[in-house]
Design a protein around this ligand. Structure first.
Ligand SMILES: [Cu+2]
Length: 397
């Protein structure tokens, strides 16, 4: 009897120790669970603070991602790079001018950096663009290290080398027809380092002499290839993403066309990206003020600013991801959010608000789910909030 009991205990003990020892593998898995502690930290760096070696290997990793076949071969994306762009095109109307705009784009950037490292062997930091360094400077924007033809992303589009495709159904639309940020549209004259540009705000052309439209009015659509500045100037012919190396098969907008990297670098964008503008954004007292400020003409249009400065396809809110600078710009924007969170982590680390849909009235919560088709599993807004935890695991230097 005693022996039987002992055997039972031995078996039980063995089972217990088995159960206790299995979590070793379980712990490894749980390390990747959202909210878990990070095992490594991506120390993100501004482009010009990276070594030349790091910059070149970053560029090579982007070219590598562009050469890898897509995971899902049944879709329009022809490469892994385009799968990121495709995800953004597909979800554009759901992830802009909503409460989760910043969380969704944060995770898109995290997944992109992860792909560069895990699929293309990149071992440097994720790069971001601190546009203040260019916007505060009198130096010609084309001389920025960002646009360097060897250690940067190449320069401006060349006039006359790109023609917009026929677009009878307006699928190449630059902007969705959602309500603009609150506040009157600016008029008059903007001054910025290096010059003066006439108002009204040039990206959106309102008939002259008409008063600003009431809030809630859809953005007027730019004339094809027109407006001021003309968004689609031409193909980038120099640098690593020149029109021979870099063919994109998605865009402009929701169109599916093969084309070059189209830019129209405009120093006009500088006025939206100065230290003064960023300081203004940083004055936001809560997430609601912050998320509205980054897209507001008055309070700090830094999100639009980066898109306008690069111009070309970067102006197209759907297909802007055709330009590798999209990811540096959005990491720059994410850094401003991160900086803002760090000022008062107790109150700001998990502060979210804003509608779940454009113009909607249901507010997002930390449990709101974000999806990334073709890129990775869904996560919640909560999972993106603390950069020091999985799946984020990054800091900014
Ligand atoms: Cu976006």
């Amino acid at each position: 009897m005693i022996q039987i009991r002992l055997t039972v205990y031995v078996v039980l003990a063995a089972l217990v120790s088995l159960v206790l020892s299995t979590p070793v593998k379980g712990r490894e898995d749980s390390a990747k669970v959202p909210g878990a502690q990070c095992t490594t930290i991506d120390r993100r760096k501004e482009w010009r603070d990276m070594s030349v070696e790091q910059r070149l290997s970053y560029i090579n990793a982007v070219l590598c991602l562009h050469s890898l076949p897509p995971n899902d071969k049944t879709r329009a994306a022809t490469s892994r790079y385009e799968e990121f762009q495709a995800t953004h095109i597909l979800l554009t109307d759901r992830v802009h001018s909503v409460g989760h705009f910043l969380p969704w784009h944060r995770h898109l950037g995290t997944l992109y950096g992860k792909a560069l490292r895990e699929e293309c062997g990149y071992d440097g930091p994720t790069a971001y663009w601190d546009w203040r360094r260019d916007a505060d400077s009198e130096v010609d924007i084309l001389k920025s290290p960002i646009f360097d033809p060897v250690t940067g992303f190449g320069g401006d589009g060349v006039e006359g080398t790109y023609t917009l495709p026929p677009d009878p159904n307006n699928e190449g639309a630059t902007l969705p027809t959602f309500a603009p940020a609150p506040g009157p549209l600016p008029t008059g004259t903007f001054t910025f380092p290096g010059g003066t540009a006439p108002g009204p705000f040039p990206t959106f052309t309102f008939p002259s002499g008409t008063p600003p439209p009431p809030s809630g009015t859809p953005f007027p659509e730019l004339p094809p290839g027109g407006g001021f500045p003309s968004p689609y100037k031409g193909c980038v012919l120099d640098g690593p993403f020149n029109s021979t190396n870099w063919r994109i098969h998605l865009g402009p907008g929701k169109l599916v066309t093969e084309h070059c990297l189209v830019r129209n670098i405009s120093p006009f964008g500088k006025f939206m990206l100065t230290s003064e503008v960023v300081r203004n954004v940083m004055l936001s007292k809560n997430y609601e003020e912050f998320r509205l400020a980054v897209d507001s003409f008055q309070n700090g249009p830094i999100h639009g600013g980066g898109h306008v400065l690069v111009g070309g396809e970067m102006i197209n809110v759907y297909s802007a991801g055709a330009d590798p600078l999209f990811y540096l710009h959005h990491a720059g924007l994410d850094k401003v959010w991160w900086d803002w969170q760090q000022v008062d982590p107790t109150n700001r680390l998990y502060d979210v608000s804003g509608p779940t849909t454009q113009g909607g009235s249901i507010p997002i919560t930390l449990d709101f789910e974000l999806d990334f088709p073709a890129l990775g599993p869904n996560i919640t807004v909560r999972d993106t909030m603390d950069s020091a935890l999985e799946p984020n695991c990054f800091t900014y230097e």
